[in-house]
Write a protein that binds this ligand. Structure first.
Ligand code: GUN
Length: 283
């Protein structure tokens, strides 16, 4: 039976540590969350993000814009938040409704306030190994992975999924940690075969129970990024029941990566406030 990695507990620890740092360093981090439209799932995510921020001693503002908001109106709000010194982090919940271009929205955010780590400047910094904001979900996966294997050097890692939000930044982080990285996706010929060689499997494809337990190498660590609702139940991209008898350690869904994503958003926002303060002190 695998070690079940408790993401909820790890996230709680991280949030408490951040709350202590905010108090000890007299930081006043502010997070602005923008939601366009009334998608129910996005609404829940946004509420959870601002609640977690406030519990950790951050200020948070939620800007709810109607579904018919134009791109120009959204960009005007972002410009205002960019210029607001109380705001250290700006997050526009994705997806944004048509015809708003998500790339134009992401590019409009000041890279120094881009706590999602989605801006091309931060994506570029990550790929060059320079300091910048790292997307929250892959950052959370790395923390959970290191909680069971502090040294990842030389491990074979398989990332399944190539999204800009998870798969690509995840591959960069694993490479930086000296893993040998493979990225699999919908056109990969033999995903089961790739899995069989992997010491680390990160599943981020959005297909319920896609990764079978039999595919996983005995003793591997499996991190499940999937959140799929099937028959009113949340299930991951990995078939938990069969995987738990093969893996050395495994994250559950829910209670694995999900809570870490929010905690890492707070981590990035606190870091942004800290950088701002140290820049002001240097002046
Ligand atoms: N939609 C799904 N995941 C995310 C995320 O991490 N950040 C934002 N802004 N939107 C999302």
């Amino acid at each position: 039976m695998a070690i079940i990695i408790d993401g909820a507990a790890a996230a709680k620890n991280l949030r408490q540590k951040l709350a202590q740092e905010v108090a000890a360093e007299k930081l006043s981090p502010g997070l602005a969350v923008v939601l366009v439209g009334d998608d129910p799932a996005s609404s829940v995510y946004v509420r959870n993000k601002s609640r977690a921020a406030e519990e950790a001693g951050l200020k948070s503002w939620t800007h709810r814009l109607p579904a018919g908001t134009s791109q120009a109106e959204l960009l005007a709000l972002i410009a205002k938040l960019n210029a607001d010194d109380a705001v250290h982090g700006i997050l526009v919940q994705l997806p944004v409704p048509d015809p708003i271009d998500p790339q134009a929205v992401i590019a409009a955010i000041d890279p120094e306030k881009d706590v999602d780590g989605f801006h091309p400047v931060n994506a570029g910094r990550l790929s060059l190994g320079l300091p910048g904001f790292v997307p929250c979900t892959p950052l959370g996966c790395m923390i959970l992975l290191r909680s069971v294997w502090p040294d990842l050097s030389g491990k074979r890692a398989l990332v399944i999924g190539r999204s800009n939000i998870v798969g690509k930044p995840m591959a960069q982080l694993l490479l930086q940690a000296n893993c040998t990285v493979t990225v699999a996706h919908s056109r990969t010929q033999d995903i089961a075969g790739e899995c069989a060689r992997a010491d680390i499997v990160i599943a981020a494809i959005g297909k319920p129970k896609f990764v079978r337990g039999e595919w996983i190498k005995e003793g591997a660590v499996a991190i499940d990024v999937g959140i799929n609702r099937t028959d009113g139940k949340l299930v991951g991209d990995i078939d938990f029941e069969t995987a738990k008898d093969r893996a050395y350690a495994l994250t559950p869904v829910p209670g694995g990566v999900g809570p870490m994503t929010i905690a890492c958003l707070l981590k990035n926002t606190v870091e942004s406030a800290r950088r701002k303060l140290s820049l002001l002190q240097k002046k």
